[in-house]
Ligand binder design. Structure first.
Ligand code: AMP
Length: 269
């Protein structure tokens, strides 16, 4: 089908606005030049969609808002979106960096890798699998990567399930705090993806202690699952939202605008 345009929408594209000082790692600059080793970030289509929806729900323009979007699913990432542009995000060169996830370790001391490889006599493939498939809340709890299982187990008194949930909530709060600092404040916090949309317990756990920012969760509204809704109390300076993500819609919209450009180009060439 030679006349049908082929469009690729990259999950990293939304984060291309990150400044260099936010995407560079503290390793020799040559690694960035030679191999493109830098933070790229992922879940870009999701962060873009939910931040735009939050602005719509606040009846404000993105250019006036500092939004922290928390995409919490099997893979999880957080983004700092200042005046419509992603200026930092928790995933990096690969989706392994940042938050503790279902089975991914998230941020760790890089020195753990050679330490474990030596101690456990692991190959590169084995350590890769260990960090991507056996770590995260699965590795901490020893039970499951699924937060539904962990919440049930924790409620039944399983300490490691509780610990895994505590580690996760602590890291999300840490990232929220750091993104408030890099944006010089925050106007809205958005929860999305499997956990963000469906777990009132986790949302409440994360938001407890964030009141100093000028926000307060409304316990009644926080009962919502899978529906776009503000869950902070009326009048809170910082709004908190649950917004189901819609990555397909962003891909369709991006495809449409790219194709319009292509057709415009073809007609006018
Ligand atoms: P996602 O990757 O966005 O599809 O999210 C999948 C993850 O969301 C699952 O592995 C669960 O950990 C989590 N999840 C889905 N539903 C719920 C729920 N009702 N309560 C807690 N976690 C949930």
């Amino acid at each position: 089908m030679p006349e049908v345009p082929q469009v690729a929408v990259f999950d990293t594209a939304f984060h291309q606005t990150m400044p260099k000082y936010a995407f560079l790692y503290g390793i020799p600059y040559e690694a960035y030049e030679k191999y493109g080793l830098r933070r790229y970030g992922f879940h870009g289509t999701s962060h873009k969609y939910v931040s735009q929806r939050a602005a719509e729900m606040m009846q404000q323009h993105m250019s006036n808002l500092r939004i922290i979007t928390c995409h919490l699913g099997n893979g999880s990432s957080i983004a700092a979106i200042k005046y419509g542009r992603s200026i930092d995000t928790s995933m990096g060169f690969t989706p392994l960096e940042g938050l503790v996830m279902g089975t991914r370790c998230g941020e760790i001391d890089a020195a753990i890798i050679p330490f474990l490889m030596k101690k456990e006599n692991m190959s590169i493939e084995q350590i890769d699998e260990y960090l991507n498939k056996k770590s995260g809340v699965l590795g901490i709890s020893g039970i499951s990567s699924d937060f539904r299982d962990l919440e049930v187990a924790a409620a039944q008194g399983n300490e490691r399930a509780q610990l895994a949930l505590d580690v996760f909530a602590h890291m999300v709060r840490k990232y929220i705090g750091s993104y408030v600092a890099v944006m010089g404040g925050v106007d809205a916090i958005v929860f999305t993806a499997g956990i963000g949309e469906n777990s009132p317990t986790m949302r409440s756990k994360i938001c407890t202690g964030l009141e100093y920012l000028g926000t307060r969760l409304d316990p009644e509204r926080n009962k919502v699952r899978g529906v776009a809704q503000r869950i902070s109390i009326d009048g809170a300076r910082v709004k908190i939202f649950v917004i189901p993500t819609n990555e397909e819609l962003v891909i369709a919209r991006d495809t449409k605008s790219i194709c319009s450009g292509l057709f415009w180009g073809a007609e006018n060439s």
